[in-house]
Ligand binder design. Structure first.
Ligand code: ATP
Ligand code: RI2
Length: 207
């Protein structure tokens, strides 16, 4: 346990690996919790994705396939994976945050969880759940992918195994506010980031 004189006790630094089906609300949850996470001293990794920067739904760095490969070759990523026809990279910067004692939240992948756990044995996996009908409705309403791509994402979800017992399950079937509060409660229970935050910001919800 470290101690930050101005803000109280800080637990050990951990990777929080947020996973869940495409459309389950990972990006929305991260956005809603961003200020509260900052107040706890928890960083949020900005993903590098081979998808155009204009794509709706996330504060990611969009790169071409060739740029992604060059970055990977240079060791720019702590973790990277491939899914949904795209490549995803988590900047190596997260290792510097961890070394400095700062926990970091990563928008992760169920398919890459085992590898991420090998690299970060202390990783805290948080798995979102949403009913299949709600998932379909949310992906359609978001409108980021074509109908065909949405069907492929739903098929991928059906093919991936259920969460193991080590994954902390979070329900995002009801309101985003409920899920966000549950995430912050979980981090508090797990001692992630600063405790004893005075007047800490709460969840910020979209209008
Ligand atoms: N609790 C909620 N209730 C209603 N709609 C929600 C809720 N959470 C998220 N959404 C909506 O569902 C859609 C998908 O959410 P989001 O993009 O955050 O999912 P995601 O898990 O990050 O998906 P992906 O992995 O494909 O990026 C968005 O349009 C978002 O506004
Ligand atoms: O299916 P799994 O392995 O959980 O995740 C695959 C990847 O796809 C989704 O990203 P997006 O919808 O392209 O933003 C997830 O966020 C994840 O990074």
């Amino acid at each position: 346990m470290q101690y930050d004189a101005s803000n109280g006790a800080i637990s050990r630094a951990r990777v929080i690996f947020l996973i869940g089906p495409s459309g389950s609300g990972k990006d929305s949850l991260i956005d809603a919790a961003r200020e509260a996470l900052r107040a706890r001293g928890v960083e949020v990794a900005r993903r590098v994705i081979t998808r155009s920067a204009e794509a709706k739904g996330e504060d990611a760095h969009g790169v071409s396939e060739a740029q992604f490969q060059a970055m990977r070759d240079e060791g720019a990523f702590a973790l990277d994976w491939q899914a949904n026809g795209l490549r995803y990279g988590i900047p190596i910067q997260i290792d510097r945050w961890l070394a400095a004692g700062r926990s970091v939240l990563v928008n992760g992948s169920r398919g890459h969880l085992a590898i991420a756990r090998r690299r970060y044995p202390d990783l805290l996996a948080v798995g979102l759940v949403v009913s299949p009908d709600a998932l379909r409705a949310r992906l359609l309403a978001r409108g980021r992918e074509s109908l065909e791509a949405i069907e492929q994402r739903l098929a991928r979800n059906a093919s991936l195994q259920a969460y193991d017992a080590e994954v902390q399950v979070l329900d995002n079937s009801t309101s985003l506010a409920n899920a966000c509060r549950a995430l912050l409660r979980l981090l508090e229970e797990q001692g992630v980031g600063r405790s004893s935050v005075q007047k800490s910001p709460t969840c910020k919800l979209p209008d």
